[in-house]
Design a protein around this ligand. Sequence first.
Ligand SMILES: Nc1nc2c(c(=O)[nH]1)N[C@H]1C(S)=C(S)[C@@H](COP(=O)(O)O)O[C@H]1N2
Ligand SMILES: [Mo]
Length: 169
Amino acid sequence: MSDTLIISKKEKKDVKLTIDGLVQHPVSLGYEELSQFSESDQVVDVSRFAGKKQGDAVTLDSLLRLVEPLPEANYLTLHAGRDDFHVSIPLESVKLEGLLVYKIGDEPLGLNQGGPFRFLIKDFAACHSAELDDCANVKYLDRMELSQRKGLDTRPTTDEEHEALHKGA
Ligand SMILES: Nc1nc2c(c(=O)[nH]1)N[C@H]1C(S)=C(S)[C@@H](COP(=O)(O)O)O[C@H]1N2
Ligand SMILES: [Mo]
């Protein structure tokens, strides 16, 4: 019993997030690598920005410094393969607003919190009221892709679609 628990915790820590597309240095980062980011890149307790959202993060800015976007990279697309949810936002608008939530205490962020990786905009707007809205806070994030043009965006566009998504339809 305790053996399986230890194995599943280790596996969760092995899950990687890919950052690729129009960047100098594509990377795959996991819990350990993100934990080693400098203190000034870490953001402790994201609930101070976003009431119900929990956990600790690194800044998008620190990730961008690592991968070095090419000058023509205009859009950031956030991919969640798990439930095929995707959001594409202008890079410039989110550069200083974006966070990557990856841990809670000394553990990877759980699925119930949208982990192991969750994107979070510090000052997000209400659902489909703006480009940087709550809907863009992508859970189960597995890939961040930089591109010249807007990429895949499956956010709900109508109230009906939105309601269906929130109900888990
Ligand atoms: N992977 C994934 N991320 C997602 C969604 C989703 O359906 N799948 N829904 C989005 C929408 S529409 C909203 S409003 C927020 C809700 O975040 P919460 O569950 O923390 O309240 O998550 C966003 N991130
Ligand atoms: Mo939403």
